[in-house]
Structure formats: structure tokens, C-alpha cells
Design a protein around this ligand. Sequence first.
Ligand SMILES: Cc1cc2nc3c(=O)[nH]c(=O)nc-3n(C[C@H](O)[C@H](O)[C@H](O)COP(=O)(O)OP(=O)(O)OC[C@H]3O[C@@H](n4cnc5c(N)ncnc54)[C@H](O)[C@@H]3O)c2cc1C
Length: 476
Amino acid sequence: MRYTITREQIKELAAQLDPSTRLFTSADGQEYEKLIARWADNAVRQAGVVAVPVAYEEVSKLVKFASDNKLEITVRGGGHSTGGCSSSEGGLVIDLSGMRNVSVDKDSKLITAQGGALWEDVDNAAIEKGLATVGGTVNHTGIGGLTLGGGLGWLTGLYGTVVDNLVSAKVVIANGSLLTASENENTDLFWAIRGAGHNFGVTVEFTLQGHDQTNEVYAGGVVFTPDKLIAIIDTLNAKMKSPDPKAGIILVFASPPTMPGPVVVANVFYNGDQAAAEECFDSLFKLGPVVNTAKMMPYNHVNGLFNAMATHGRRKSIKAITLTDHVDAEFVQELFDNYAQKMKENPDLAMTFMGIEFYDVTKLNSVPIESMAFANRGLYRAGIIGLEWTDAQKDLENRAWGRSIQDKCRQRIIDSNQYSPETTKTALEYANYIEPGDLVDKRPFGINQRRLEILKQKFDPDCLFHKTTPVVPLKN
Ligand SMILES: Cc1cc2nc3c(=O)[nH]c(=O)nc-3n(C[C@H](O)[C@H](O)[C@H](O)COP(=O)(O)OP(=O)(O)OC[C@H]3O[C@@H](n4cnc5c(N)ncnc54)[C@H](O)[C@@H]3O)c2cc1C
């Protein structure tokens, strides 16, 4: 049982903190409202108090106070959880927006970012030194939430997941201790935070491996009418038989207001020069897009390209879907028809999109699944439904539709014998695209579930951190 914070407790807490840590309650009006705002309006909760620390020791004090008083607590990174995981009704929110510094060491190519940094902070600081690392494709997402759940991005084909590039982290665990976790120190904590990190504390600092990125990259949206969908999938399946790790395609169903109906957008990325990129995507371009915005740009601009379709506000929900690596074109056509029908029935959902990610998974799958908590490795294609609407009366209905698509995809893989919830080592749905209440695995961390439960008992037996893909401690 966890409790909301009382006025007396807020005073007691304030007396223990350094003046640099600011506390905000509803009495602070606009400043408080700004701090409880989230990417999705439906994720807003009335926090009892929001603390904005700028020092790691202060985060320790906040966590210890919450542990000692059995308070409801959460951490806010970039604020993109659509399930309200970084919000609290009446509890203590540790808001990391005051901790966004990033430093880059050109010689070691290490990028050290504070726990509240956004991907734009990391991408911009790194590129100044001729470096880049795997990061989120919408650069206003937080590195905190995204890294702790694994992290997929345009550079995944070359370098794997974000956690495959995590060299060390500083974590405040439930008893308030600040620990360094790496391959040499607190190795079991390091194992756990790489994939299930939201369960193990507040990560106040991440050190990521950077990679040389002195060339510009080729990226943009290639828009097709829906009659091209089967041909597009056939083309992508053919490409993925001998994938180029420098390339990535996120295929999106969207309903832009400028188009008469839903369209298919192949968002392309190539880490190389224009000639090589155009050769790589030649078979796709030959299918006759109606619009093609792809062009050369600095790497740090790429993760800003989706920002226009991922703006803050309105009601939202994201849902993980998974397809087999060789994508069944007829099935994807069914998904598109389902999407188009839903958009027609409910125009309030017009900003909703569905995406399927095509990149080379060789590097991602070269890392043994048991080497860290992240369990979304295998011959699958990650996908996402991004629901967006305005009518609060439709929250349940819209989510239920998203879950029905999720379920359809899951059942398809089970029926094709390419996945079994009982025996397959991997987890099917990508943990970072799952919301509380979604229809997913009983073991969201696959083969790694049991070790995580043991480590949860060691580091957080009273489940102080329980918001995102919670792990239940295994009692002795
Ligand atoms: C528009 C959009 C684009 C996305 N693109 C990608 C993508 O390209 N690749 C990908 O892998 N995923 C992507 N995702 C999924 C994304 O990884 C998750 O939504 C992630 O949780 C967002 O992190 P955040 O810090 O912005 O969110 P928050 O809502 O702030 O946090 C999410 C969870 O993480 C916890 N948390 C945040 N920071 C910390 C910290 N420092 N220490 C401890 N706990 C913390 C919060 O308490 C909460 O439980 C995307 C999501 C959205 C909405």
C-alpha cells in the first residue's frame, strides 16, 4: 500500500532539501500546471507535489523520503507515457527537467547525459563532436523512459538498441543510495536497467557509446496511394533478405489532411551519401510515389522529422504490435483496411497512425537475449499504433480498438508457429510501446522475467518503482 503525500509531509520534505530543489504544489498555479502537463492530455494527473532537483544527492533524499513514508512516487523524464506512468494522482513526482546536461568526450566517444535530457539534447551535443548514438526517432522524447525500456532508432541496424550502447549509468535505488552500474560495478543492477530500468530506480545519468558521424544522412517521407501497399511490402521483404545496416524504413499508415484519404508513407533513412541511398531505395522509388521529400541532412535533423506529427496535447495512446520479419503482405493489407475503415467511422481519430519498422536486425540479434533484461530480440518487426483523438468519452473505445489490432497481430504470429508465449525466449511486444492494461505477455521480459523478479526483491522489495511494465519481486 502506498500513500499520497500530505501537506505536513511536504513541509517536512522541504526542510530536508537544498534550496536548489524546487517544490511545486497546486497552490503554485501556472508553474505547477506546466510541470504536470504531459505529451498526452489524458496522462495528466494532479500530483501532490512536484520536485525539480538539479543535484543527484537531492534525488537520493527525495527517493529515501518516499520509501520511508511509503509514498506513491513517479519519475518524469520526457513525459511521453500515454498511460500516465510519469504522472501521479496525489503523490510525489520527481521531475528531471532540471537535469538535461550532456557532455561528450571526443577521444573516448562517450556521451554522458543527465537523466532528464531529451534526445535532441543528446543528438545536438554529439554531432558537434562528429558523433551520434542510437536514439529516439522523435527528438522531444526523453532519453530516460526510452533508454530504460531498450530503445530503437534509425541507427539500430548499425549499432543495435540504445541499451546495447549503454556503457554505464548512475542510479538512485529505492533505499536512496546512488549507485554506479556498469559491466564492472553493480553488474546485476546494470543487467536489470538495460530493458527493465523503470523498475529499479531513478537513473540520473546515462553514459552512451557514440559512433563517428561526420557524413550527412539521407531521410524523408515517400508517400504512396494505398493501391501500392502490397507491392511496397513485397519490395521491402525482398530488400530485407539482404539488408543494409545503414538503411531503415518506417512504413506508416496515416491520414494527412492534404490527402483525400489514408495513405502509405515509407519514411526512409540512409546513413551514407545520396547516390548510395537512391540506389538502396531504387526499387521502392520505382513504385511511383505521389510525394517524395527525402534529401540529405545533418544527422541531428533526422530525429526532428516526425515532430510535426507528434505534437504535444490532445488524447493519445500508443500500442505495440509485432509482425514476423518476413511480413505477410495480405495481412498488412487487412491491417490497412481496418485502419482506413476506423478513420472513416470516426474522423476524430484522423491523427492516428500505424507504423511498421524495417531495419536490419542482425546487429540487434547478435546480442544474446540473456545478457541484459531487454527481451525484444528475435526475427520480428516491431510496430506501433499511435492513437490520437479529442473526445474524452471515447477513451475506452479507442484504446479497445488499438488493443484489438494488437491482439490480431499477436494471434497471427502464434498461429504461424513463429512464437509461443510459453516457450519462446523473446517477449513479443516491445516494452516501450506497451501501456498499462494492454493485452500482452504474462512475461513481458520473456526468458529474463525470473531473474528480474529476483533482482526486484534485492533492489526494490516494496515496489516503490512500479509504473511502467512492473516487475513483481520474487519473495524468498
Ligand atoms: C512520439 C513518440 C515517439 C517514440 N519513438 C520511439 C522510438 O523512436 N524508439 C523507441 O524505442 N521508443 C519510442 N517511443 C516510446 C518511448 O520509448 C516511451 O514512450 C518512453 O517511455 C518515453 O520516455 P519519456 O522519458 O519521454 O517518458 P516519461 O513519460 O517521462 O517516462 C516514461 C516512463 O519512464 C520513467 N522514467 C523516465 N525517465 C526516467 C529516469 N531517468 N529514471 C527512471 N525512470 C524514468 C517514468 O517514470 C515512466 O515510468 C516513442 C514514444 C512516443 C510517444
